[in-house]
Design a protein around this ligand. Structure first.
Ligand SMILES: Nc1ncnc2c1ncn2[C@@H]1O[C@H](COP(=O)(O)OP(=O)(O)OP(=O)(O)O)[C@@H](O)[C@H]1O
Ligand SMILES: [Mg+2]
Length: 375
């Protein structure tokens, strides 16, 4: 069992900018941490530095409390499954998966049990006698994942292991990774650019962008309390609505004027607001902010003549039926917003509607620093 600690780690490949800029995080013993971020943000580099396949420019990496900066990958005792994993062409799928077990002094029966169990969970039992060259990309990826899982390692690093796996099998493969982790109590650091996968798997998620860690938190933390505009836009499906507004606070009223047309205003009175939030926002009065509202928290209602508190006039542009729910594109002045709706709504495209949002569901960001300023 091992805890992985990364302290102020930098990686420079010779370019002006570091590929990883001062990463600091801990993956606790038995924890599943997901490194999430867009392409090129430094996820693979971070993982390769932990395995020892890449040198670090500065900083410290500890595995199980021991500094491993100068150890070889073999000495670090961490297992890695890559996005593309070279299988041994002369060996069958079965022998490829069994291969890492040979050094473990298991009985033939135990090897067989382990291989079949992992093969079954990844739906590759029917190809155990095939050779790698005859497999499709997604099958190869599942075989390489099986080969890594079969070792039941204590620290496990995975770089997009399911990126080529079909959606229907991906769900099961994901469940298998989570199950393996929970039962073996392995420490897992898992890399993906897919926020749905990250949120589904992780105990905690580390969000990276441009080589910098943006936020570390549970999936619920990231969803409910995104630290900045990047995290707000990256986590959640559909993405959070982000609307530039001007904020005005008078004695008992807070007004958010949509920037593209300041005549359109979202108002709240002091009974909607908590004094502590008002105090935080007071210093932004008269300034620009970015208003964030999750599509799940923005509701469509019938248009009314008089504009009530917590409402905005809007036009319904498109509504899609999605089975259990629906999704609407609505326009407020020239700003397009998304709302999650019931599957069927009593409005048609082109109708004037009213959007409603509770004040406690608004998240307000400072555009200058991009940081969240409320809650
Ligand atoms: N061996 C290398 N030599 C030089 N630059 C590199 C090397 N490997 C990565 N980089 C650069 O470092 C940055 C981070 O790359 P990295 O592969 O870690 O990103 P990533 O988050 O894994 O992206 P992806 O989602 O596309 O896999 C990129 O700008 C990349 O071009
Ligand atoms: Mg990568």
């Amino acid at each position: 069992m091992a805890k992985v600690e990364i302290e102020n780690v930098h990686k420079n490949y010779g370019a002006k900018e570091d590929a990883v800029k001062g990463a600091t995080f801990t993956c606790e013993d038995g924890e599943l941490v997901v490194l999430l971020g867009p392409s090129g943000c430094g996820k693979t580099t971070t993982l390769r530095m932990i395995t020892g396949l890449e040198t670090i420019t500065s900083g410290t990496i500890k595995v199980g409390g021991k500094i491993v900066n100068d150890l070889t990958p073999q000495q670090r005792n961490v297992a890695m499954a890559f996005e593309t994993y070279a299988l041994y062409p002369p060996l069958t799928v079965y022998d490829n998966i069994a291969f890492p077990l040979h050094v473990m002094n298991l009985t033939k029966e135990d090897v067989d049990k382990r291989v079949r169990k992992v093969a079954e969970s990844l739906s590759i039992t029917d190809i155990l006698n095939n050779y790698p060259d005859s497999l499709a990309g997604g099958q190869k990826q599942r075989v390489s994942l099986a080969r890594a899982l079969v070792r039941e390692p204590t620290v496990f690093l995975m770089d997009e292991p399911l990126s080529h796996v079909d959606a229907d099998v991906r769900y099961r493969a994901r469940a298998e990774i989570k199950h393996m982790q929970a039962t073996s109590n392995a420490t897992v650091i898992y890399v993906t650019h897919d926020q749905v996968e990250a949120v589904a798997l992780a105990d905690r998620v580390i969000v990276m962008d441009l080589g910098v860690i943006q936020q570390i938190g549970t999936p619920a933390d990231l969803y409910n309390r995104p630290a900045n505009l990047f995290v707000a836009g990256f986590i959640g499906e559909p993405p959070m609505n982000l609307i530039p507004c001007k904020i005005e606070i008078s004695e008992n009223q807070l007004t958010l004027a949509i920037k593209s047309d300041e005549q359109i205003k979202l108002r709240y009175t002091d009974k909607d607001l908590s004094p502590s939030v008002l105090e935080v926002l007071q210093k932004y009065s008269g300034k620009e902010i970015v208003l964030g509202i999750r599509p799940q928290k923005l509701n469509i209602a019938q248009a009314s003549k008089e504009q009530k508190n917590g409402t905005l006039p809007a036009k319904l542009i498109v509504h899609e039926f999605l089975g259990k729910s629906g999704i609407a594109q609505v326009e407020v002045d020239h700003t397009m917003l998304e709302c999650v709706t019931p599957p069927v709504i009593p409005y048609k495209e082109g109708d004037t509607v009213c959007l409603t949002a509770h004040f406690e569901d608004l998240i307000i960001f400072d555009p200058a620093t991009t940081q969240r300023i409320t809650y």
